[in-house]
Design a protein around this ligand. Structure first.
Ligand SMILES: Cc1cc2nc3c(=O)[nH]c(=O)nc-3n(C[C@H](O)[C@H](O)[C@H](O)COP(=O)(O)OP(=O)(O)OC[C@H]3O[C@@H](n4cnc5c(N)ncnc54)[C@H](O)[C@@H]3O)c2cc1C
Length: 372
């Protein structure tokens, strides 16, 4: 039987699923709110995540992902805010030319859009959905259009409108931490005096009232892209001292001033870094976690990715788990037998995988910041 699958949200998980279903000749359409480029920050890719991307994507698209990735990160080291070393963790280079250690979010999304053409429909902001008498589901969009399918996949991210409509009680918990995420061109940081030992590894700084991560995104030789660092400053909102209604309205330039002010007493090599952040790529966000991760119950509406399991950035896991969800959901949707049973099994698997990732991300966050 031919199934029609509506995917709400053309982000990482939704686009992976679209590729996977298309390769299995399943009728799939992605309804995406807007044709807005993704932010330019680094995404760590785990071996399980890379395997899931490989499973979902046609070989040329996966090849483009590899070609635009960072192959290797030289481990991790932790310091206090005066750059006194705490510990370090080496990650020996296995020399694998196809290793994928990290990707740029915006580039990954562009790669994932390759070849999907009219499968992705823009300007389709999900508003509501209802079950149809035939057991399917009809989605309605804010532009007045609607579409019907056998399955609706909520892949619309951490602020999922589908979740708000379908599972209104499943609100991710605010962990109390506010992150200011920014981008620093690598050449500018190095010219500005970034110490050698911080250049090619993940630097973690755990201070008394804030923590900070500096993560290199160094493209492969020959890639037409500028190397950079993703800089993530985290503080509990009480320690940050900027009310949410002010913080989330600040421009990138004003956020840079907050960073410079809150790190004024830090080691000059750390404090000086914030001079180089790009205001246009600087924004604040709240760290949240889906605790617990819950299945969405029986029926043709199922979640995927952040919509089901929002987690703090600390684990570098959300995109990887979204890709794993996509691979698992494809398997469920093409399995012979009852669709309802396959979807129930998919959701059990998603809850197990999502719970493990959320718990690990929260555990890692708790190691370097004060959580509510
Ligand atoms: C600074 C930062 C660093 C991160 N680092 C990592 C990392 O190192 N490794 C990692 O694995 N993960 C990381 N993550 C998390 C990762 O980006 C997410 O987990 C991942 O993008 C989730 O994929 P998704 O498909 O569920 O949602 P998204 O990629 O967020 O996609 C959701 C899509 O739905 C669309 N949408 C939203 N609402 C609607 C609507 N009403 N109607 C239609 N469409 C809608 C959005 O426009 C978007 O395109 C990081 C996140 C941030 C912010």
């Amino acid at each position: 039987m031919t199934r029609r699958v509506l995917v709400i949200g053309g982000g990482i998980g939704g686009l992976c699923l679209a590729h996977a279903l298309r390769q299995s000749d399943v009728d799939v359409v992605v309804h995406e709110r807007a044709a807005v480029p993704s932010p330019r920050h680094r995404l760590r890719i785990t071996p399980d995540g890379a395997a899931a991307f490989r499973a979902c994507l046609p070989p040329p698209v996966f090849g483009a992902l590899v070609a635009t990735s960072m192959r290797y990160t030289n481990g991790m080291a932790a310091y206090d805010e005066q750059l006194v070393p705490k510990w370090e963790h080496d990650d020996p280079d296995d020399g694998d030319p196809d290793r994928v250690d990290a990707v740029d979010h915006r580039t990954l999304r562009e790669v994932l859009l390759t070849g999907l053409g009219e499968i992705v429909r823009y300007g389709k902001e999900f508003a509501r959905a209802e079950l149809t008498p035939s057991g399917g589901v009809r989605a309605h969009f804010r532009d007045g259009a609607s579409d019907e399918g056998d399955v609706l996949v909520a892949a619309d991210g951490a602020d999922s409108a589908v979740r708000a409509a379908w599972r209104p009680a499943d609100v991710p918990r605010d962990l109390g931490v506010r992150a200011i995420v920014s981008r620093i061109p690598m050449a500018r940081a190095i010219k500005g005096g970034l110490p050698d030992f911080m250049r090619d590894r993940f630097t973690s700084v755990v201070g008394a009232a804030a923590s900070f991560g500096l993560l290199p995104m160094e493209f492969r030789p020959g890639a037409d892209a500028e190397d950079y660092y993703t800089a993530v400053f985290n503080a509990h909102r009480d320690d940050l001292g900027v009310p949410d209604d002010v913080l989330f309205g600040l421009s990138g330039g004003a956020l840079r001033e907050v960073l410079l002010d809150r790190t004024a007493g830090w080691h000059p090599d750390l404090h000086g870094l914030f001079e180089h952040v790009e205001p246009a790529e600087t924004h604040a966000l709240a760290l949240r976690a889906s605790v617990p991760v819950r299945p969405w119950g029986q029926g043709p509406v199922v979640p995927l990715g952040d919509a089901a399991h929002t987690m703090p950035l600390s684990g570098g896991a959300g995109a990887n788990v979204a890709a794993q969800d996509a691979a698992a959901l494809r398997a469920a949707l093409v399995a012979p037998g009852l669709l309802s049973e396959a979807l129930a099994e998919y959701q059990s698997d998603l809850v197990r995988r999502g719970t493990a990732a959320v718990e690990e991300s929260v555990r890692l966050a708790a190691g370097s910041m004060r959580l509510d």
